[in-house]
Design a protein around this ligand. Structure first.
Ligand SMILES: [Zn+2]
Length: 259
């Protein structure tokens, strides 16, 4: 873990890790010993701020956005942090895996919008053909059409119980809500026998999960609204999107990738 500070005099942000005030050791192969390295260069982030007024900033949960995956070590991240009174927008990045993260205060407001909400037709079709019994395989298109009509126009939910994370912070998956499933089952009506409807219900229950094909794929994008009203797009190209959800354990982001 580390702490974030803003120097009020220089208006600069930097992170101080617990290791900064601990001596570092270096292995000397010729002597076969470890030598304690000088502390001189270890407080680089604090040097130059002697006698300045520092304030601690706390990252605001769930504000992190990045074009790159959580696990990508070299990336650019934007997030918000607060000193308890005021909100700040920060950029955190490094250009090389060996470099420490750099921080910069950004003027403007972070805006995240939904770019696309995708019904994963190809994947649903493939899974349907793989698991359903023969007569139902042939009725796949009827089911797909009904499903698509019902799901299209479904609202994007902020309910965390319906959201599954992906390895990319701008891609999530949204479980179909119960109301939507009830509507689909009702609409199956005359086209399917009661036995077939049961089999379809089982398919829906199994596939409306984190590793299933029914959750909608939500792609978001972000921009920074500058105080003068101009938009600043992120510089990096969009990361390649996963074709299928890879569920992150416990539905939480790994702590080492959290801010
Ligand atoms: Zn300073």
């Amino acid at each position: 873990m580390f702490s974030l500070y803003r120097c009020k005099d220089c208006n600069k942000v930097f992170a101080v890790t617990p290791f900064d005030d601990k001596p570092e050791t270096e292995y000397l192969p010729e002597e076969g010993t470890h030598e304690e390295k000088s502390l001189k260069n270890q407080n680089d982030s604090l040097s130059g701020h002697t006698g300045h007024h520092l304030e601690k900033l706390m990252p605001i949960q769930n504000t992190m956005v990045s074009e790159q995956d959580y696990r990508e070590p070299v990336k650019e991240i934007y997030f918000e942090a607060t000193n308890g009174r005021k909100k700040f927008l920060l950029k955190k990045w490094r250009k090389d895996i060996k470099e420490p993260m750099s921080y910069e205060l950004i003027q403007g407001t972070l805006k995240v919008i939904v770019d696309a909400c995708e019904f994963r037709e190809k994947e649903i079709k493939k899974e349907w053909l793989r698991v359903m019994s023969k007569p139902l395989q042939e009725k796949g298109m009827i089911f797909l059409t009904l499903l698509k009509e019902t799901v299209t126009g479904a609202k994007i939910s902020k309910d965390p119980r319906l959201i599954f994370d992906s390895p990319n912070p701008l891609v999530t998956y949204q479980k179909l809500p119960q109301g939507c499933i009830r509507m689909i089952l009702k609409r199956l009506g005359a086209a399917f026998t009661p036995m077939e409807r049961k089999e379809i219900q089982r398919f829906i229950d199994e596939q409306n999960q984190a590793d299933g094909v029914l959750p909608l794929l939500i792609r978001r994008k972000f921009f920074i609204e500058k105080p003068d009203g101009q938009h600043l797009q992120a510089e990096k190209p969009a990361a390649s999107m996963p074709a299928r959800i890879r569920h992150l354990q416990d539905r939480t982001r790994p702590t080492e990738y959290q801010i």
